[in-house]
Design a protein around this ligand. Sequence first.
Ligand SMILES: Cc1ncc(C[n+]2csc(CCOP(=O)(O)OP(=O)(O)O)c2C)c(N)n1
Length: 335
Amino acid sequence: MTQEKPTEQHLNQDVQLDLYRRQAEVRVFEKRAYDLFLQNLVKGTSHLSLGQEAIAAGFGTAMRGDDYTFATYRGHAHTLVRGVPMAAVMGELLGRESGLMAGKGGSMHLTSVEHGVMGSYAIVGAHLPIAVGAAWSAQYRESGQAAVCFFGDGATNIGAFHEALNLAAVWRLPVVFVCENNLYMEYTPIAAVTAVPRPAADRAAAYGLEPLVVDGNDVEAVYGVARTALERARAGAGPSLVEALTYRHGGHSRADPGKYRPAAEVEEWLARDPVTGYRERLLGRGIPAKILDDIDTEVRAAVDAATEAAKSASAPAPERLLSQVWTDGGSSWRN
Ligand SMILES: Cc1ncc(C[n+]2csc(CCOP(=O)(O)OP(=O)(O)O)c2C)c(N)n1
């Protein structure tokens, strides 16, 4: 088991504040998304990653602007940390014309190619081979880009996980696989269906990879692992498989209160909140509370503005149904 620690130089105050801000943005945004869902304004289903913010924030801060992100249906955080405008993401959640996909995709289908956000995928594990394809393309073009692919612990029991890992390792592709092990799949504890205690890391050796386990609630630890894995990828050293240990505060989706989880377990993880915990750590290092409060205020204002913009945007016109079905922008049948 390895845990990379970022060096002092990599963790200057700007980086620390970036890590703080990115976590705060995801936290405030997702809490607002939940409020809007209760007001019946968020359409379709949605899956929040409250409690898992440190993983997206750590990777988002370490990634290069032209790197690729692949996410699951739980992908708000991974999209926001790449700099996709909040108003566009909020507009999408509310099914508005102003949304990232003009209101056609909803919470589970966020894509912004110009930000390297190559989609969120609702079929468990389906995006791992696609991330491998993007990494292969980067290798072929010698572009220096890396693909970062986020997925849950449940995906490690899908065949595509093993196929993707194998090909990426054999061809030494610039891809970082990030398993967010939040201990549960959909209502099912991962331990009930997996023969090894670390669903990702314990499989790494099968592909000649080092097992990397990181505290997924420690944004600096995640940032350190991300930097190392991305450097390896760009240096031609091949893929990494990171298992980040974490916990989501809520149930699987908006329909699931998560009552099957033991109360003591939930309590224990709530006490290890990555966002408030990081604030405490920065205060302990002497960063003035005013700086952090100002970031919080700015983030709240940004989420307020995104909410208002989304609420006042119009619904997509019905003709939208027949646009952007194909890459040429249209929908006419072709053989
Ligand atoms: C191939 C496939 N099988 C089943 C489902 C139904 N399903 C949706 S989410 C989910 C649980 C996935 O859990 P995990 O990968 O641990 O991610 P988490 O939701 O905990 O982030 C399941 C079984 C699906 N979407 N795709």
